[in-house]
Design a protein around this ligand. Structure first.
Ligand SMILES: NC(=O)c1ccc[n+]([C@@H]2O[C@H](COP(=O)([O-])OP(=O)(O)OC[C@H]3O[C@@H](n4cnc5c(N)ncnc54)[C@H](OP(=O)(O)O)[C@@H]3O)[C@@H](O)[C@H]2O)c1
Length: 278
């Protein structure tokens, strides 16, 4: 199986283009799922304080016997931790829970622009980076107007913007904006939590390549340059989602899949999302 390509972030740090997402994996199932992924060959895990499974992610990495430098670990600041000092303490808590001295990527999970000051939060992220607690920092669920404000008012350009992105929500403008400013785009819910897998355009392309619909969609992401981390608790799917580097979609097929865009979200619009857990 060909190696997973590496994407170079704007500070020179390299991230595997394919990773493993652990949203909605129960803590009790997380060690098993992450261990399976690491055995198959995944070297990038995407977790978050909100997911409640950082400890188990850390345990699986420790048990794997892999060197720390071999596994890229992302976590995200929770929505109730946006105040400057609270964010600094939350980063320390994540490191303690993961059992790591440093994460590879730390993200602001949601901008929450209606209820918090994400510019202040980004300044805390810059401090966390300067202190060496994260090798790179970025944002998640930021629209162009959020990014512009950060560019205008702070020093560091986010290394990553992690956004909902799949064939029914292709986010062309935001992807273009990210690329223009040196920010890598990560695609969350890359298979739209399964909703795109019955689409006849996708199933026809899958049949033509003798692949599954999920493999075709993940391959579409990779050829577009997106970073992806599909989630599964099913070993066969975890394996299948990793086997996407030994076939290629044509430009015409990529175009057919991109043309499925309906601007349809599976999750909330970041401009409306302002939930802070109590
Ligand atoms: N930043 C954010 O706000 C945000 C939001 C959402 C997600 N994320 C990140 O993105 C990751 C992935 O997104 P997601 O978990 O929302 O959705 P997803 O990866 O698009 O879809 C996951 C769902 O698809 C199923 N699935 C996985 N592989 C499959 C395959 N080969 N064939 C058929 N079904 C398959 C899984 O089922 P089983 O598990 O039952 O196999 C699960 O129900 C998350 O884990 C998280 O790391 C970030």
């Amino acid at each position: 199986m060909p190696a997973v390509p590496m994407i170079r972030l704007n500070n020179g740090v390299e991230i595997p283009q394919l990773g493993f997402g652990v949203f909605q994996i129960k803590p009790a199932d997380t060690v098993q799922a992450v261990s399976t992924a690491l055995e198959i060959g995944y070297r990038h895990i995407d977790t978050a304080q909100m997911y409640g499974n950082e400890k188990q992610v850390g345990q699986a990495i420790a048990r794997s016997g892999l060197a720390r430098s071999e596994v890229f670990v992302t976590t995200k600041l929770n929505n109730d931790k946006h105040d400057y000092d609270v964010a600094l303490a939350a980063a320390d808590q994540s490191l303690a829970d993961l059992g790591l001295d440093q994460v590879d990527l730390f993200l602001i999970h949601w901008p929450l622009a209606n209820v918090t000051d994400y510019v202040q939060t980004w300044r805390a992220m810059e401090k966390i980076y300067a202190d060496g607690k994260a090798r790179s920092i970025g944002v998640s669920n930021f629209h162009t107007h959020h990014l512009r404000k950060l560019h205008d008012e702070t020093h560091l350009v986010p290394a990553v913007n992690q956004i909902e992105l799949h064939p029914y929500l292709t986010q062309d403008e935001l992807r273009g904006f990210d690329a223009e400013h040196g920010t890598a785009t990560e695609a969350w819910s890359p298979i739209a939590r399964g909703r795109v897998l019955d689409d006849p355009v996708i199933t026809a392309i899958a049949a033509a390549h003798d692949r599954t619909a999920a493999q075709v969609v993940l391959r579409w992401h990779v050829q577009l340059g997106n970073i992806v981390f599909p989630k599964s608790i099913t070993p066969e799917r975890i394996k299948q989602n990793f086997e996407i580097f030994d076939f290629e979609l044509s430009d015409a097929e990529l175009g057919q899949i991109s043309a499925l865009n309906r601007n349809e979200r599976t999750g909330p619009d970041p401009d409306q999302f302002d939930h802070i857990p109590s």
